[in-house]
Design a protein around this ligand. Structure first.
Ligand code: G6Q
Length: 544
């Protein structure tokens, strides 16, 4: 049954009334009243401990949010996803990235086909290539083994691979060099290959559609770069592989489809890091560690599918996000991994969250009358603390923060890790409890700066704590955020799996390209765009 419009749901209405009474209560009070709060408002799954006690909620808030999830059919929609229904309505597609990490012996029928066999057939072919490259068996055109892997892709065909490579660098084969080229800006490609030997370099052209201008432009430059150095078209087969759903375009580019790894239209770009788009990841960490990564995803998928809503990490985090966004009016969310290997996680999550839930109409195409996805951003801790945390602590906006920490370092060195981890706990504590004027006064310092030094606190955080960053843990962490996005999209009643805003950009730029090179086409844009194009042409000596 279709749920009532969001703002008419009883739980939504109750939350609107509830926020009037609870919304302004300070976390200091909430912790004072309930000494066990920090031990109660927590949940664990797949090796991830979530402390959500430092959110501005009470048990009543939680009860109402869970009721909202029920009234919004979150579980029904989740089950429909796992059954392979076409829940991506605007593109009329199933949404089944969860199938990519199901064990070999499982079964999932999508549009009449059991896809698990196909998924594992591709994984096996990937493993074969990965093993041959990693062992030096895969020879380039001149007989040398591969030392460099360059992934060319953009958006979902780049952010997952680059994030995973950086995150799992500790586990990577160190005599292989990995580079990632995404921007059509030639600086990106030129800098990525400038110190590489062509005869030791393997390019992975990653593009679901194989029509993306940025990727194809870079791929053509890569081919020209290779041929300039190796001088024979036959070299392409030894130095290029493709990851795509579009065999025809891959063949037209000149890549042997025997070296193509496919995936399916039910894998969205930003949900594709466990499809063949993960080939660079598998090359870096090897098939066994890659299987662990997949098992981590699967463990969280199963938790999301099976755990009761009140213990379900993605559901809880998703609901808290809705509370912060729709009832406390927060417009952005900070994600701060206290782990240098996760430095690209915020960029990855930006796409996952904002491309999925930055939507203004419901599944039925009706303009929403409530806020949807917030802005996500972040940096690794503790670097952020020495720059923008100021605004989080004392600015006029409330910015909820996800703080991600680990109990153990992969590179133990003196007391580095305890110092790092102390910051995890200290920041969450300071954001929640702040510092009152009396507390400031107790420290030495002139009275006139007391007000400047007061910290209001009452800033919400989620603290995610795990033992150590492993491939498996990374999988669980990413799946957690995927399903947080899902939960929120289900409540907002939007299509989290299309991206029409991205498609628009692709089309608009293509129309302007010829106008930049042609000296005198009639420019039919607005006066600002026309003037900018004219000035660009003038600066390039192409006339006005
Ligand atoms: C992701 C988006 C988008 C996409 C890129 C690259 O969900 O659809 O970021 O991944 O535009 O597309 P191709 O893989 O088709 O080149």
């Amino acid at each position: 049954m279709t749920p009532a419009p969001l703002q008419d749901r009883p739980a939504w209405r109750a939350l609107e009334a509830h926020v009037e009474t609870i919304g302004q209560r300070h976390l200091r009070q909430l912790f004072e009243q309930d000494p066990e709060r920090g031990r109660r408002l927590r949940a664990q799954a797949a090796g991830i401990y979530l402390d959500y006690s430092k959110n501005r909620i009470t048990d009543e808030t939680l009860k109402l949010l869970l009721q909202l999830a029920r009234e919004s059919n979150v579980a029904e929609r989740r089950d429909a996803m796992f059954r392979g229904e076409h829940i991506n309505v605007s593109e009329d597609r199933a949404v089944l990235h969860v199938a990519l990490r199901m064990p070999r012996e499982s079964s999932l029928v999508v549009d009449g086909v059991d896809v698990i066999g196909e998924v594992h057939a591709v994984l096996d072919r990937m493993a074969d290539v990965a093993t041959r490259v990693r062992s030096g068996q895969w020879r380039g055109f001149t007989g040398r083994s591969i030392k460099n892997v360059v992934n060319i892709g953009i958006g979902g065909s780049d952010l997952g691979p680059v994030m995973a490579y950086e995150a799992l660098r500790f586990y990577s084969q160190r005599d292989l060099t990995f580079r990632f080229v995404s921007n059509v800006d030639s600086d990106d490609f030129v800098e990525a290959v400038r110190d590489l030997d062509a005869d030791e370099t393997l390019f992975i052209i990653s593009s679901k559609t194989f029509t993306t201008v940025e990727t194809l432009t870079n791929a053509h430059s890569a081919r020209a770069w290779l041929l300039e150095r190796l001088g024979d078209d036959a070299a392409v087969a030894k130095h290029f592989v493709a990851v795509s759903t579009n065999a025809e375009q891959v063949a037209a580019f000149g890549i042997d489809t025997a070296n193509m790894f496919g995936f399916w239209d039910w894998v969205g770009g930003r949900y594709s890091m466990t499809s063949a788009i993960g080939l660079s990841t598998m090359l870096a960490i090897g098939p066994d560690a890659y299987a662990e990564l997949l098992s981590g995803f699967h463990e969280m998928d199963e938790h999301f599918r099976l755990a009761p809503l009140e213990e379900n990490l993605p559901v809880l985090m998703g609901l808290l996000g809705v509370w912060n966004r729709n009832f406390l009016g927060c417009t952005t969310v900070g994600v701060m991994p206290y782990d240098q290997y996760l430095k690209r996680l915020p960029a990855y999550l930006q796409q996952l969250t904002m491309e999925s839930n930055g939507k203004h109409v419901t599944l039925e195409g009706v303009t929403v009358d409530y806020q949807t996805g917030p802005v996500y951003w972040g940096e690794p801790g503790t670097n952020g603390q020495h720059s923008f945390y100021q605004l989080i602590h004392q600015g006029t906006s409330i910015i909820p923060v996800d703080i991600i920490g680990f109990a153990r370092s992969l590179n133990p060195l003196g007391d580095h890790h305890d110092i790092l981890s102390a910051n995890v706990f200290a920041q969450a504590e300071a954001l929640a409890f702040g510092k009152t004027a009396d507390e400031v006064r107790r420290d030495a310092g002139p009275e006139r700066v007391i007000a400047h030094r007061v910290m209001e606190g009452n800033r919400p955080t989620n603290v995610l704590l795990a033992e150590v960053l492993t491939p498996k843990l990374l999988g669980s962490l990413i799946a957690l955020y995927e399903h947080v996005v899902f939960t929120q999209g289900a409540i907002w009643g939007i299509d989290s799996f299309d991206q029409w805003g991205v498609e628009l950009g692709k089309a608009l730029a293509s129309a302007i390209v010829p106008e930049l090179t042609d000296v005198a086409p009639v420019l039919g844009h607005d006066s600002s765009t026309n003037a900018l194009i004219e000035h660009y042409r003038k600066l390039n000596g192409r006339g006005s």
